[in-house]
Design a protein around this ligand. Sequence first.
Ligand SMILES: *[C@@H]1O[C@H](CO)[C@@H](O)[C@H](O)[C@H]1NC(C)=O
Ligand SMILES: *[C@@H]1O[C@H](CO)[C@@H](O)[C@H](O)[C@H]1NC(C)=O
Ligand SMILES: *[C@@H]1O[C@H](CO)[C@@H](O)[C@H](O)[C@H]1NC(C)=O
Ligand SMILES: *[C@@H]1O[C@H](CO)[C@@H](O)[C@H](O)[C@H]1NC(C)=O
Ligand SMILES: *[C@@H]1O[C@H](CO)[C@@H](O)[C@H](O)[C@H]1NC(C)=O
Ligand SMILES: *[C@@H]1O[C@H](CO)[C@@H](O)[C@H](O)[C@H]1NC(C)=O
Length: 577
Amino acid sequence: MGSSFLLFTRLMIMLATAAFTALARLNRNGLNIEVFALSNWKQVLLDPQNALSSWDKNAVDPCNWIHITCSSEQSVTRIDLPNLQLSGVLSPLIGDLSNLQYFMLQNNNFSGVIPPNFENLTNIGSIDLSNNSFTGVIPDIFGKMASLTYLRLNNNSLTGPFPSSLATIGLDFLDLSFNNLSGYIPKMSFGNFDIEGNPLLCGLKINRDCPGDPPLPLSLSSNSQKKQQDPDVYLGQLRKYCFRELQFATDNFDSKNILGKGGFGYVYKGTLPDGALVAVKRLKEEGINGGELQFQMEVEMISLAVHRNLLRLKGFCMTSTERLLVYPYMLNGSVASRLRDSNCGKPVLDWPTRKHIALGSARGLLYLHEHCDPKIIHRDVKAANILLDEDFEAVVGDFGLAKLLDHRDSHVTTVVRGTVGHIAPEYLSSGQSSEKTDVFGFGILLLELITGQRAFDFGRLSHNKDVMLLDWVKQLQLEKRLDPLVDSDLKSNYNPVELEEMVQVALLCTQVFPTDRPKMSEVVRMLEGDGLAERWEEWQKVETKRNCEAQQMPRGYDHLVEDSFLDLEAMELSGPR
Ligand SMILES: *[C@@H]1O[C@H](CO)[C@@H](O)[C@H](O)[C@H]1NC(C)=O
Ligand SMILES: *[C@@H]1O[C@H](CO)[C@@H](O)[C@H](O)[C@H]1NC(C)=O
Ligand SMILES: *[C@@H]1O[C@H](CO)[C@@H](O)[C@H](O)[C@H]1NC(C)=O
Ligand SMILES: *[C@@H]1O[C@H](CO)[C@@H](O)[C@H](O)[C@H]1NC(C)=O
Ligand SMILES: *[C@@H]1O[C@H](CO)[C@@H](O)[C@H](O)[C@H]1NC(C)=O
Ligand SMILES: *[C@@H]1O[C@H](CO)[C@@H](O)[C@H](O)[C@H]1NC(C)=O
């Protein structure tokens, strides 16, 4: 009887201790962690109104303190300190308040940086630090705050880039206005945000072009942290899907979901469980010639090419027999479909839009050539591979794939992948590709935008025109009659001076010898109105000389298209036809 009573008492003490420890977490010195964190913070604050006088560092818990709210488990859920003339810095110890849901410090004079270890506030829903004097960069931690819906950092002196994780977590409200942020505004996955009053920000959202190119939003540190977090699911921003997920998203690859078919396989429209629409590219079996590790490395490389004019790779999937790539679905389809479906009720692409598409595509290619390491050669630039996002901005799709499916050598291929009428002569005849191969393809893309016609079309024969778009254009250019080139859908709504310039850039890009063609950086400059006249003058001299020698010269490339090794299938893309 006595011993069992003793046992009972011991058990009760153990339970009570366990419960107490669970409710109010103690630190190594037996102090309540939350009391310790908050009273430590108080020590570094200037509090002219004595607003924090109830914050007693000897309290058992902070739940009776003014401006503090606790849960029923005596753990802090709210800190409300607005309009109290407080100044001083934030304490990293606040990161220990693991149940904190509201952190409201607006309209004070807090200063210093936002501590990176705030990432440990995993239950936080609302943060308001507005109208203070915070400085430093916005740490890239908010992507880890799974419950965060409301974030105000406006009216501080924050600097540095717009953190990419803020663009994708889907907040209900985000205010970064009146700081000194700089650089590129990433594409936002939600609408309710305010960024005005940051004169150094640029990007489509505020209609201010970025000088040069945006920084990669994927920093190596956030990449490795995410890897630690869940090695199977995330590789940086790239998601690794399992086959079942994609089967489910596409109704088991139902043929009604096919968006396109091409040299790489079929593309399906899919819907992920979170409602996101995706384009799933299922690579043909013969495309699977590298090992899984190699595939993953290539895919990661592609995913590092982040630019507003490039189609972002969302994720991938691989099994022993399957390789799939997942892209966001582009609601406005491809440029090719827009050029050709104008009589299906969709509005005609007007001239300024065509110019904007040309410039956007050129910037995307420039980024692949000159800002990616290793550089990425597209090898199939054409209107069908340029998609239009919801803002009608051009995004280049399908880059990196040629390399993904061709492991032998990065510059010489045995199978030419490309599309007749778009392929540069040197690539067609020798399989040799370079950035200049893409410049050629871009020139043809310009002609597609001007004419609305296919690059290679037997139909033109019946109108006594050349099968090859380029040859027809050259002919009219010689005759100084450019107007017949213009897409009849445009009627007379185009600018003849700009037309002439665009034709000139196209002809510079499609010169027979790769070394004669401009680099993409020069193309971008010429499209922006800089340096075209000089290059064009040079071209005319060279061309006149060549025309005199024409009898001995092989025709540019048109004799080559009958070569039988050509992979005639067009590669297709990630948007509605
Ligand atoms: C900003 O904070 C100051 C106190 O630091 C306050 O006087 C002012 O009214 C606040 N501004 C707004 C617009 O709330
Ligand atoms: C706010 O704090 C900064 C230094 O942290 C100080 O220079 C400034 O005068 C303070 N502003 C007000 C209104 O107290
Ligand atoms: C977040 O909390 C974990 C576990 O308590 C700790 O190991 C980590 O260092 C904290 N992160 C930061 C940035 O302080
Ligand atoms: C933020 O700054 C702008 C411009 O100075 C001002 O109009 C606005 O009232 C400020 N808002 C807050 C909350 O301080
Ligand atoms: C904003 O930052 C730039 C440098 O990044 C600096 O030159 C400029 O003075 C800052 N502007 C303000 C208002 O702090
Ligand atoms: C592009 O797609 C968006 C979203 O579907 C739509 O609202 C917009 O009208 C489209 N733009 C054009 C020019 O068709």
